[in-house]
Write a protein that binds this ligand. Sequence first.
Ligand code: SDX
Length: 394
Amino acid sequence: QTGLVTLDSGFKNTGATTSGITFLNGEAGVLRYRGYAIEDLAEHASFLEVAYLLIYGNLPNPEELNHFTSEITRRTLVNEGVKKIFAGFPVNAHPMGVMASLASSLASFYPESIDPHRTPDLVNLTIIRLLAKFPTLAAWSYKNSNGHPVNYPRNKLNYVQNFMQMMFALPTYEYEIDPDVEEALNKLLILHADHEQNCSTSAVRLVGSSQASLYSSVSAGISALWGPLHGGANQQVIEMLDKIHQDGGDVKKYIEKAKDKNDTFRLMGFGHRVYKNFDPRARIIKKSCDKVLNKLGIKDPTLEIAKKLEETALNDDYFVERKLYPNVDFYSGIIYRALGFPIDMFTVMFTLGRLPGWIAQWKEMREAQQPISRPRQIYTGSTARDFVKLEDRG
Ligand code: SDX
């Protein structure tokens, strides 16, 4: 090997880049976007304000927000050719797989975004187009999975309302925007918007470092987020909670299974590479669970099971010694289900929230003209061997 290579599998102790976007303090459970506390943003901002903040670095003034919003609103329609792509998928295709394909297909509809010498204006247009069309693609992937007709964007609605009507409206009745659902969704999207160099963001940066288009870089991020150890955990948590509920709610039995090294069962939604204290997002989502379910008059037994699991785990040495706390995925599925989202759309909801973060990180990496990511390895394979002809091999 030429030069010294330090092995750090899983990048547990490797800083991949400098970044001015998101600050995490895992020990103190602190999360800030461009210096603003997540608690303040979740409470007072709109999702598009937070998207603007992450991508351009500052909270927008009213004029900036209006311009940003109108630029997005007038591009929410997607090319009718996208419907033909949907037609090729089996009805039970998981929406995350559909979304990964559709995101990269945008590079075919807008080939100018592939140009490595794209100007800042073209980069910005690419960003706006992706923010504008992503909710339409997400809602259409849901409609495709249940055989319902798609809804077109209605540009008199705001970003979150438009997504809601594209997701839930049916030709058979007038869809009413529920402000409680809108408020909860706005908050959830903000809480998922960025999280420094997590697995999927690192995938976006790595793919983008080859000067691939934003669309294919985000497609890589969607694929990485789908994994059950990452964003896919929000779907796994609900499946786990439902299983515990069907099994009589015996929380202790599942805590013991999670501790058993010979058992593949893990407590999904628990643990985090960075947070060795509470995930501040989980704390906010847990509080919203009670509020949203009460407002919607929904009784979901899995919420009580989740609370019992948390309480039992936080008093169990195995979890305390390893500093395992509920993460962002532990309670989010309970709210998504209460808001009417089907379980296989939970991780798509995560991508919808994380999109501005992926965009901001890709933009920062490209503007810094960072070199192509190309890590090394420690070779452990065979030493040099002479070739043996097929007929001479035993
Ligand atoms: C997200 O990185 C981000 O920022 C991600 C994210 C974001 O916003 O982008 O926050 C979103 O992905 C949240 C995480 C969602 N995933 C899950 O909830 C899946 C369950 N969690 C685990 O798989 C795990 O905790 C990870 C993947 C989240 C973190 O894995 P690490 O940092 O590699 O930790 P590890 O697997 O080395 O675990 C350390 C110890 C091990 O025990 P020992 O070998 O020391 O005896 O803790 C144990 C693990 O076995 N452990 C768990 C556990 N998580 C860790 N044991 C039981 N149940 C768990 N959930």
